[in-house]
Write a protein that binds this ligand. Structure first.
Ligand code: NAP
Length: 482
């Protein structure tokens, strides 16, 4: 049975059935205008355990299918997502505010993970190890870990889902999805498409509702063998503690505080373009957003001038309008946080070059794209994730100073470097404690490349050939032979 997505009430998906109509509902609100656009069931521990049980039963047969059979389902799912790209993009923009063109791009990127892992599943080779004795043969067999629980954030509701579903399903795992309550409708539509792709009952399950109750069930149920989480460092740390009881496998893609370093020999026009793309994509609500910009003194003035002009060209508004480039923030708490970061910086001596105000547009959660200069390390904006459209710029004299400032954070997700010198860029990047570096590139993510952080930005990598490893167990087999 497929549910009707045009109605406002949506359902959860357990063992191939849409259910939860009898539960309380949670509203989903459009952050561009405050309108309620749908409701989802407020599920809790009971439904989470049911979904885990369904995934556990389905694992017994799904794990025995061949990688080629699984690739067939994933490719159908990939094609259906592309067929429904516009519909998914419209849902995404409505529920979390992203400009419609960014939503279309995210849907295409989300689909690409399914295609890539459909193929990568066929290359899970295992190993034959040279023996040390005549009467033994040594091998490593690869096996799916089992039931996976995937907890995803609101800011990339499609791509964060398939970056987990693709490798998990390709490896032979079954999955229970818990999307963010702020943007569950994209995930529900995607699961509906997975149903059309024909995945067997119980292979894919989805529950919406209380994150603490569903999270508790996931962490307490010993049938869940792996939890893959993308979200805040705060919740990630809690999951680490909860995972200890059953030694559950974890992959954690957590928060970041990305530095940008622009050296004297950089191509400033390219740097401006790259930093605008990084800092203001998704209204600054990405884990890899440029959070701190360190510019060497020789090009500081030129960069600040050109960058401020480029930021002034951004258009704020409802992301559903084709020409809008900066949508709303997810909620009023986010607007308050951005306001606090900017006010703190100004009180401590920063200069406001543009923005610095929240905008009263149609009841939405808008904040003007903001550029600050003369910032210092003592300001909150320079060490806490802002998650909003704010770009603080600090002048530095030397490369050593820039490296020391860039690494002075508990985070280690993404960093950006702009220099035309291969030697300087190489030496600089070798010293950066970051899992991802964009060198003359403000948008470094790619389906086929490993994405993930160091330090408190988490562990494990998603994307690329590394992305499937965490859904596999290595089983070493030593065979005695005559
Ligand atoms: P969040 O508050 O940590 O939420 C992430 C997910 O965890 C949501 O589904 C949330 O559900 C759920 N959750 C919240 N409390 C939970 C609990 N006690 N037990 C189990 N699950 C729980 O993060 P967010 O605000 O959605 O996302 C923004 C954060 O994600 C930022 O820090 C950003 O940097 C990070 N992020 C990282 C990456 C990366 O790849 N490294 C990518 C994107 C985002 P509810 O929303 O329903 O409460």
């Amino acid at each position: 049975m497929s549910q009707e997505l045009k109605t406002k009430a949506h359902l959860i998906y357990i063992n191939g059935e849409w259910s939860g109509a009898d539960l309380d509902e949670l509203e989903v609100v459009n952050p561009a205008n405050g309108q309620v656009i749908g409701c989802v069931p407020n599920a809790g521990e009971v439904e989470a355990h049911e979904a885990i049980e369904a995934a556990h039963q389905a694992f017994q047969t799904w794990s025995q299918t061949t990688a080629y059979e699984r690739a067939g389902y994933l490719k159908k799912f990939h094609a259906l997502i592309l067929e429904h790209q516009e519909e998914l993009a419209q849902i995404m923009t409505k529920e979390m505010g992203k400009p419609i063109n960014e939503s279309r791009g995210e849907v295409a990127s989300a689909a690409s993970f399914l295609e890539w892992y459909a193929e990568e599943g066929k290359r899970v080779y295992g190993e034959t190890i040279p023996t040390h004795t005549q009467n033994k043969r040594l091998q490593v067999w690869k096996k799916p870990v089992g039931v996976v629980a995937a907890i995803t954030p609101w800011n990339f509701p499609a791509a964060m889902l398939t970056r987990k579903m693709g490798p998990a399903l390709a490896a032979g795992c079954t999955i229970v999805i818990k999307p963010s309550g702020d943007s569950p409708l994209t995930a529900i539509k995607m699961v509906e498409l997975s149903e059309q792709a024909g995945f067997p009952k119980g292979v894919i399950n989805l529950v919406t509702g209380s994150s603490s109750k569903i999270g508790k069930a996931i962490m307490e149920n010993d049938k869940v063998r792996k939890v893959t989480f993308t979200g805040s460092t705060e919740v990630g740390k809690m999951l680490i503690q909860q995972s200890a009881h059953q030694v559950k496998r974890l992959s954690l893609e957590l928060g970041g505080h990305a530095p940008v370093i622009i050296l004297n020999d950089a191509n400033i026009d390219a740097a401006v373009e790259g930093v605008v793309a990084s800092a203001f994509r998704n209204a600054g609500q990405t884990c890899v957003c440029a959070n701190r910009i360190y510019v060497q003194s020789g090009v500081h003035e030129e960069f600040v001038d050109k960058f401020t002009k480029a930021v002034n060209l951004l258009k704020v508004g409802n992301g559903a309008e084709e020409t809008v480039t900066v949508g709303p923030l997810i909620n009023q708490a986010s607007v308050q946080k951005v306001r606090h970061h900017v006010e703190d910086a100004l009180a401590k001596g920063a200069t406001l070059l543009t923005g610095g105000v929240s905008l009263e547009n149609d009841g939405g959660n808008f904040y003007a794209p903001t550029v600050l200069s003369d910032v210092t390390a003592s300001m909150v904006v320079m060490h806490e994730e802002t998650f909003g459209p704010v770009a603080p710029i600090q002048k530095v004299e030397t490369i050593e100073e820039a490296i020391a400032l860039a690494n002075d954070t508990p985070y280690g997700l993404a960093a950006y470097v702009f220099t035309e010198s291969v030697s300087q860029g190489t030496r600089l990047i070798e010293q950066l404690q970051y899992g991802i570096v964009g060198w003359n590139d403000g948008v470094p993510s790619a389906t086929q490349a490993p994405f993930g952080g160091m330090k408190e930005s988490g562990f494990g990598r998603e994307g690329g050939h590394e992305g499937i490893e965490s859904y596999l167990e290595s089983q070493y087999v030593s065979m005695g032979i005559n």
